[in-house]
Design a protein around this ligand. Sequence first.
Ligand SMILES: Cc1ncc(COP(=O)(O)O)c(C=O)c1O
Length: 405
Amino acid sequence: MMNLHLKSPTNNNTGISPHVQGRKASSLFDVYSPFEVEIVRAEGCHVWDSNGTRYLDLYGGHGVISVGHSHPEYVRALTTQLKNIGFYSNIIRNPLQEQLAGAIARQSGYSDHRLFLCNSGAEANENALKLASFHTSKRKVIAFRGSFHGRTSAALNVTDNPRISSPLNAGNFEVVFATLNNKDEVERALAPGDVAAVIIEGIQGIGGLAEAEPEFLRWLRGECTATGTLLILDEIQSGYGRTGSFFAHQRAGITADIVTIAKGMGNGFPVAGVLISPGITARKGMLGTTFGGNYLACAAGLAVLKILEEEDLIAHAKEVGEALDQQFHTLPYVQKVKGRGLMLGLEFDFPVKELRKRLLEECHIFTGSSSNPNLLRILPPLTITAEDMAPFIEALQSLNSNPQV
Ligand SMILES: Cc1ncc(COP(=O)(O)O)c(C=O)c1O
């Protein structure tokens, strides 16, 4: 059993590659605070560093790895596609795009929505907001406190974090940040009738796993319809089966006008999309992107959906998530367990920064953080089993009385 009260060793037993130990500032623009681990190989829910040390990946590169690292079917689909053709732009018709749109429509239950393909979560939200404005000819948006929707212009403007907004972004268009589940605040913001869209995450990711109650979502759906406002569901992190249903908001039984998808959609290949209600009319040139919907992106997207279905991974995520939820409640120092399926958060009564570092260095386990400093975020590949999770449970069971030391 691993003992988290042990002090972090300073030699190579840390699993930290000698290649990256003591590395100095490079020519890269220095905006990240990376762990100094050089990952060279990955399989399923594990990754290996350049010393051959195996790590349990409960982070999935920020909730991106859905069907597992280097899944053989995923590797086969991408390599086969690459040997034929990797890229051409949207100047020609790519039949894989139609196949992908059909597969998403069938598996997600959004059978009438159409798909616009792009490359990242922020770009998906940018296009969703733009579409809402095109459709309604309005320019005000309601978002929620704690939200994160991306770092491009409009997506950033609806993100509740002024620290990452530049003077150029601020005030781009009017945004009202309402409190999640507060009907009065939303009602007041909708009252003047000048709102293009309400944008909301299926479950807040970076915000620390807060989520709208199903009854609030149903009410919101009704209010949006009544006021001619488009409802945008950001399922970039909570979608693609992560919470035990294809989209997290589906447990409320509602249909959004626009749904944005990314992360798990490509299992690491950069691909994103916007699912658009039949009520929104497309116009030539309205949206566009060079890389969006390229052959490799479509091959990745199709492989992910095939694996999700063949391995019944959404039901698996629900089952494993429920078992974990119960186990997490029994762990020492855990105050609250948040989230659903395999999008889970463990809230402690102390900041988890040091704990995350020690889980990585001493127990070789990757975990995630959020804007709540006390929350440890778990976003593992959907293929993970209870057995795979055992070292994490053991590590947290072994937390000594002063877990921050
Ligand atoms: C809910 C949500 N929306 C949007 C984004 C932005 O996605 P990307 O980093 O691909 O632009 C993220 C990224 O973490 C996210 O969690």
